[in-house]
Design a protein around this ligand. Structure first.
Ligand code: ADP
Length: 465
C-alpha cells in the first residue's frame, strides 16, 4: 500500500490528472449502473412473478367456471382453450390426488416435486427453482374440475428475463468502457491544456537556474485565469530581478572604477609625504589638502551612489509647493556660491504636482548647481515656473558654458562628465544628473534640455497633474 502511494505520488501531474479523472468517472459510473441494474432486476423479476401468478389465477377461475358435471377426460381431449390462457413458454401440469399426471399443457419444462400439503395448496404457492438447468417460477395450486380434485402446477421459465438482464449488463459494460475511454481522452486533453503552461514555467525556472537571465521569457499560454496570472507574475518578477541584477552589476563596476581614481591619488600623496613631506612643510601642506579634497569627493560619490542604488517607492499621495522648494534651494545655493544670482518668476495660479519636497529639491539643486559650476562668467540662473491647466512647467536657464550636441545625449548617464578640467569648482562625480533622471522617472517628470555652447543651457521640467 505504501509502495503504491509512493508510485502514485511520483507520477507526473499529467498522469495523476488522467488517472484520477478516469477513476472518479469509473467509480461514479459503476455505482450508478449497479443501482440501476439492481432496481431493474427486482422490478422485472417481480413482473415475472406477477405474470406466473396471474396465469395460475386465470386458469383456476376458468376451471371453477366449468360445469359441475364436466370430467377431466373432456379436457384431456381438448387443450386448445388452455393455450389461449397459458403462454407458449409456460408449462402446466395437473396431478390427481395420488400425484399422477392427468393433464399437460405445452411441454417446455419438466414438472417440479410437490412436497406441500393440501392445506398449504389451498392458497397459491409460488417458489423459484431450477428445473432442467433453467431458473423457473413454480406455482402450485389446488384445483376442482367438476368432480375432479387435484393439484395444478405452472412452470414459468425465466429465460426471457435472464436474456433481458444479460442484454442490459452487456450494454452497460460497453457504454461504461466507452465512457472511460472518453473520460481518459478528455482528461488527457485537459491535462495537456492546463499542465503545459506549468511545464513551461518549470522549464523556464530551470533555465534561469542553470543559465541565468540570458533567455527571453515567453509563454504561449495567455488566458485570463489563475495559471495565466501565475505566468504573468513570474514574468514581471523575473524582469524585475533581471533589471535589479543588471543595475547591481553596473553599480559595482561603476563604483569600483570611479573610486579607484581618488584612492590612487590619496595613495600617491601619502607616499610623497612619507618620502619627502615629513621634512618639507610645503609638500606636506599640499599633499594633505589634495588628499582631503579627494576624500571629500569620494564621500560625495559614495553618498550619491547610495542615493542611486536606493530604490524607494514612489509616494503616490505626496504633493509639493513648488515655489517654497525652489526658494529654499536658492537660499541654500546662494550661501555656497556667493557670486551666483538666482531669479525665480511664476505665472498662473499655483498648483501642487505629485512629488515629494525632497525629490523636487534634489532635482532642482542638481540642475541649478550645474548651471553655476559649469560657468565661466558670473553665474545667473533664471527660473520660470508656469502653472498651466493640468500641468506645471519649470524652466531653469543658466548663462554657463553650454553643452555641445555630441555630449548632450549622454549627460544623464552615470559618471558621464563632459570635461572635468572646465569645471568652475572641483568635485564633480558625474552622478548628479543620473540621480535627477532617476527621481524624474519615479515621479513621471519629463525633462528636456536645450543648450548652446558659450551661451548657456535650459532645463525644462514638465509635471503633468
Ligand atoms: P557632475 O557631478 O559631474 O556635475 P552631472 O551628472 O551633474 O555630473 O553632469 C554630467 C555632466 O554634464 C557634467 O560633468 C557636465 O560636463 C555636464 N553638464 C551638466 N549640466 C551642465 C550645465 N548646466 N552646463 C554645462 N554642462 C553641464
Amino acid at each position: 500500500m505504501k509502495n503504491l502511494k509512493y508510485i502514485v505520488i511520483n507520477q507526473s501531474l499529467k498522469k495523476k490528472w488522467i488517472m484520477s479523472t478516469a477513476i472518479v468517472i469509473f467509480i461514479s459510473y459503476a455505482a450508478i449502473c449497479t443501482v440501476i441494474y439492481l432496481a431493474l432486476y427486482s422490478w422485472l423479476l417481480q413482473n415475472e412473478e406477477n405474470n406466473a401468478i396471474r396465469t395460475a389465477d386465470d386458469l383456476t377461475s376458468f376451471f371453477n367456471s366449468q360445469n359441475e358435471s364436466i370430467s377431466i377426460s373432456e379436457f384431456q381431449g381438448n387443450t386448445g382453450l388452455f393455450k389461449a390462457i397459458v403462454n407458449q413458454n409456460q408449462t402446466v401440469y395437473i396431478f390427481n390426488q395420488d400425484g399422477y399426471e392427468v393433464l399437460r399443457i405445452n411441454n417446455k419444462s419438466s414438472a417440479a416435486d410437490i412436497v406441500l400439503s393440501y392445506d398449504q395448496l389451498r392458497k397459491t404457492v409460488i417458489s423459484k427453482e431450477v428445473i432442467d438447468n433453467e431458473d423457473v417460477f413454480v406455482v402450485n395450486k389446488f384445483v376442482n374440475i367438476g368432480r375432479f380434485h387435484g393439484v395444478m402446477q405452472l412452470i414459468h421459465p425465466l429465460t426471457t428475463f435472464q436474456s433481458m438482464m444479460q442484454y442490459v449488463l452487456t450494454t452497460m459494460l460497453i457504454a461504461g468502457l466507452g465512457a472511460i475511454l472518453l473520460a481518459v481522452s478528455i482528461g488527457y486533453y485537459l491535462a495537456n491544456l492546463l499542465i503545459r503552461p506549468i511545464q513551461d514555467l518549470r522549464d523556464s525556472m530551470m533555465s534561469v537556474r542553470d543559465k541565468g537571465f540570458d533567455k527571453e521569457i515567453n509563454f504561449a499560454y495567455n488566458a485570463d485565469d489563475e495559471i495565466g496570472d501565475l505566468l504573468k507574475i513570474y514574468r514581471t518578477m523575473i524582469a524585475e530581478l533581471q533589471s535589479t541584477f543588471a543595475k547591481q552589476q553596473q553599480f559595482v563596476s561603476d563604483a569600483s572604477h570611479e573610486l579607484r581614481t581618488p584612492i590612487q591619488a590619496i595613495e600617491g600623496h601619502l607616499s610623497l609625504i612619507k618620502r619627502w613631506g615629513k621634512n618639507d612643510p610645503d609638500v606636506l601642506e599640499e599633499s594633505i589638502s589634495t588628499s582631503l579634497e579627494e576624500v571629500t569627493r569620494m564621500k560625495k560619490m559614495i553618498e550619491e551612489l547610495l542615493d542611486l542604488a536606493r530604490k524607494e517607492e514612489r509616494d503616490e499621495h505626496a504633493v509639493t509647493n513648488v515655489e517654497k522648494v525652489l526658494y529654499s534651494v536658492k537660499e541654500e545655493l546662494e550661501v555656497i556660491y556667493t557670486d551666483a544670482s538666482i531669479h525665480i518668476s511664476t505665472t498662473g495660479e499655483p498648483l501642487l504636482p505629485n512629488i515629494t519636497e525632497n525629490a523636487l529639491g534634489q532635482i532642482a539643486r542638481n540642475i541649478i548647481e550645474n548651471g553655476i559650476r559649469y560657468n565661466d562668467r558670473k553665474p545667473i540662473i533664471d527660473i520660470d515656473v508656469q502653472y498651466l491647466s493640468k500641468k506645471v512647467v519649470i524652466m531653469i536657464k543658466d548663462n554657463g558654458i553650454g553643452i555641445s550636441k555630441e555630449h548632450l545625449p549622454h549627460i544623464f548617464d552615470r559618471f558621464y562628465r563632459v570635461d572635468a578640467s572646465r569645471e568652475n569648482t572641483g568635485g564633480g562625480t558625474g552622478l548628479g544628473l543620473s540621480i535627477t533622471k532617476m527621481l524624474a522617472e519615479k515621479y513621471d517628470v519629463e525633462i528636456d534640455v536645450q543648450s548652446s555652447v558659450g551661451k548657456g543651457t535650459t532645463f525644462t521640467l514638465n509635471f503633468s497633474l
